[in-house]
Design a binder for this molecule. Sequence first.
Ligand SMILES: Cc1cc2nc3c(=O)[nH]c(=O)nc-3n(C[C@H](O)[C@H](O)[C@H](O)COP(=O)(O)OP(=O)(O)OC[C@H]3O[C@@H](n4cnc5c(N)ncnc54)[C@H](O)[C@@H]3O)c2cc1C
Ligand code: FES
Length: 255
Amino acid sequence: MAPLQKKFEIKENKKLNETTFKIVFNAPEIASIAKAGQFVNILCENRTLRRPISICETEPDKGLVKIVFDVRGEGTAWLSKQKSGKKIDILGPLGNGFPCEKGNRALLIGGGLGVPPLLETTKFFGKKADAILGFKCKENLILLENFKQICENTYLTSDDGSCGTRGLVTDVMQDLIKTKDYDIVYACGPEAMLKSVAKICSENKLACFVSLEERMGCGIGACLVCACAVKVNGEVDYKHVCKDGPVFNAREVAW
Ligand SMILES: Cc1cc2nc3c(=O)[nH]c(=O)nc-3n(C[C@H](O)[C@H](O)[C@H](O)COP(=O)(O)OP(=O)(O)OC[C@H]3O[C@@H](n4cnc5c(N)ncnc54)[C@H](O)[C@@H]3O)c2cc1C
Ligand code: FES
């Protein structure tokens, strides 16, 4: 379905930790068509380029679209200061989401700001999903309770051991896949994490889809800023993260 561009009202803006914010938009047209893993492109006042942010969660019955983002630069700093009632120009939903099939047992792996884009996918699988969430430290921890309420099991790791198990999400993953029978793995997070997850899945013959992040310009496949290398018939080719992704089959990515 074609994305739409419209001003949508902020219903709530909540600070989740020192640098991370959750904004809930009253955006029924997007909520009714968005798929898990898609993103929206947000126009931040006085900036030409829109900022791509993944859809964290939708509530189509209430017409709500939720995003969770970190303040990185000017655009996200501006967005973090906008209050309920403010109307924001949004283009979306954009990109291809995670392919989800009922009946599958899924393992979801999120690292840092890669955690929010997995929440809607987790809702699709409910108790047929386990999640591994990894953060640098407890100060960065977000959405743990949301995942715990939905998944059968939620595992937490941190780099410094200040929350959950000390170590990497892939350490927990290696242990889990020895004892549990997953059909598919979904991952979003830093590229190094995605590359390791993809390698483990390939070695264990597990289907795996990853959500990639690239700097973006237009967000709709018109400017080539977001090119990413993929393998086509053994040769390296390029695709657009905004239009062909952000979700890719991990086997397709030229890591
Ligand atoms: C598909 C996709 C989904 C994303 N989802 C989330 C999310 O759910 N939560 C979250 O916190 N962040 C997410 N990001 C990253 C987010 O887009 C950047 O942090 C944001 O654009 C930074 O804008 P800025 O103005 O604050 O920073 P600046 O550095 O001032 O931005 C300057 C320019 O670079 C672009 N840019 C900078 N960093 C990135 C980046 N990492 N990816 C794409 N463009 C970038 C901006 O859009 C802008 O055009 C996502 C990125 C992509 C591509
Ligand atoms: S951002 Fe312009 S082609 Fe992807």
